[in-house]
Ligand binder design. Structure first.
Ligand code: GLN
Length: 451
């Protein structure tokens, strides 16, 4: 049914870069046969899923939305994918994204825009716009995204879906093509909080193949989502997220969601995180610094594209320059240049060093706020989905979409966006919940109570 739906609507939505019809049907048939034979299978066995095309899949093309990886077939599976396969989940295909997950609109993909199913002239968010659009358009019931500064939560917000960024280190990064290694985290996209909880339990838990993987297993999320009891739960409204610059309809839906939490028994308090004013600036130094290093491996020798210089000798350096010049898009080049500059001798302390200090201040703000509240809440994004092309020529306006999502990545804490109804423009609004590190279950308890 999902493959049929995809065939019918994906020409207009363009959520997928590759669809794996044969493999998905074979997995589904295998699960059916095992169930018929009486085998006890996972609750999600046979439930199909779409995977963001920055997560490697053995034998299936993985591009990260970049020309530099056009046609590249990974020789191994990411741990997340290994776990989906082990649970018997058919992988429908790979979804569109901003190149190497840099962006907030999926307009920076080398393979064309994804359209928001609510209004095809609007962006589906980014970088994981393909995963969110696939779920919103009923092409897939579930998807995997990655969130470095908001790329699961922001697309979820603007497409009316649920998206979860787990605690840093709680879902393996093995086999995620790295954007910024200290910030990246894979997580679920779904239509309900309970669906995300079930998927999170499948993909989470310790992985010896990831050196930053936390010990322990991913348990208790589905139970928390089903619980619904908020008696005594302290909910903190973050003063710095949600005031000026936020669309009126976004603020109205946010306040209604807070009132619902209060009705369900939660105690609402206000908290202040003054360092959040500097989060965006710090992020746009730390992320380019890390990505300039991570993307150095795309050199025309090891992976994908190789371009010979137009004239003159094909030295290693000249092949590298020709390949990267042709293979990377403008946003990737902008960040590699920024990051290389921020890390260079003479500028390192002023830029990268200062940004790391701000990161510590943000972590302290969160620690103080979580003394007063069990979870923090805010709108996920300042506005609903904007029009395709509207912010493409204005990188700063594009970056501002992530003001409310970025602090969680800088602190390594978990966050969820869930639908809070429609704004006055008829477009979905996202409600963000944040919890202390390793307390992901709180997201599901509070989110589940709202559902
Ligand atoms: N939009 C943010 C950026 O461009 C977030 C990206 C992400 O989470 N992958 O960096």
């Amino acid at each position: 049914a999902h493959l049929d739906r995809t065939a019918a609507v994906d020409g207009a939505v363009h959520a997928f870069l590759h669809v794996n019809t044969d493999e998905a049907l074979a997995t589904a048939a295998d699960v059916d046969a095992r169930r018929a034979a009486g085998e006890e299978l996972h609750a999600l066995a046979g439930v199909p899923i779409a995977v963001k095309d920055i997560v490697v899949t053995q034998g299936q093309v993985t591009t990260a939305g970049s020309k530099i990886l056009q046609g590249w077939v990974p020789p191994y599976d990411a741990t997340v994918v290994t776990r989906l396969r082990a649970a018997g989940m058919p992988i429908l295909g790979k979804t569109n994204l901003d190149e190497f997950a840099m962006g907030s609109s999926t307009e920076h993909s080398a393979y064309g825009n994804t359209h928001n199913p609510w209004d095809l002239d609007r962006i589906p968010g980014g970088s994981g716009g393909g995963s969110a659009a696939a779920v919103a358009a009923y092409e897939a019931p579930l998807a995997i995204g990655t969130d470095t500064g908001g790329s699961i939560r922001q697309p979820a917000a603007v497409t009316g879906t649920v998206g979860v960024k787990p605690t840093y280190g709680s879902v393996s990064r093995y086999g995620l093509i790295a954007l910024a290694s200290s910030l990246d985290q894979a997580g679920p996209v779904s239509r309900t909080v309970l669906d995300s909880a079930l998927l999170h339990e499948v993909i989470g838990g310790h992985d010896p193949l990831d050196s930053t993987s936390l010990p322990g297993q991913a348990r208790g999320y589905a139970d928390a989502a089903r619980d619904g009891d908020l008696a005594g739960v302290r909910v903190g409204i973050v003063r710095e997220l949600g005031g000026e610059g936020y669309q009126e309809g976004v603020r109205a839906r946010f306040e209604e969601a807070v009132a619902l939490l209060e009705q369900a028994g939660a105690e609402v308090v206000e908290v202040s995180c003054p360092s959040f004013d500097y989060a965006l600036a710090a992020y746009y130094l730390i992320l380019p610094a890390e990505c300039s290093s991570n993307l150095a491996k795309f050199d025309g020798m090891r992976f994908g594209l190789r371009v010979e210089p137009a004239d003159g000798p094909a030295t290693a350096e000249r092949v590298m320059a020709a390949t990267r010049g042709a293979g990377f898009g403008d946003e990737v080049k902008r960040r590699v240049i920024l990051g290389t500059h921020a890390l260079s001798a003479g500028y390192f302390d002023a830029y990268y060093g200062s940004a790391q200090k701000v990161r510590t201040l943000i972590q302290r703000d969160f620690a103080a706020a979580f003394d007063q509240a069990d979870v923090l809440v805010s709108p996920t994004t300042p506005t609903t989905a904007f029009r395709l092309g509207e912010k493409l020529d204005d990188p700063l306006a594009m970056y501002l979409n992530d003001v409310a999502t970025i602090p969680a990545n800088l602190a390594g804490i978990p966050g969820m966006s869930l639908p809070a109804g429609l704004s006055d423009d008829g477009l979905p609004v996202g409600f963000q919940i944040l919890a202390p590190a390793r307390e992901d279950a709180r997201l599901y308890r509070v989110g589940g109570a709202l559902e």
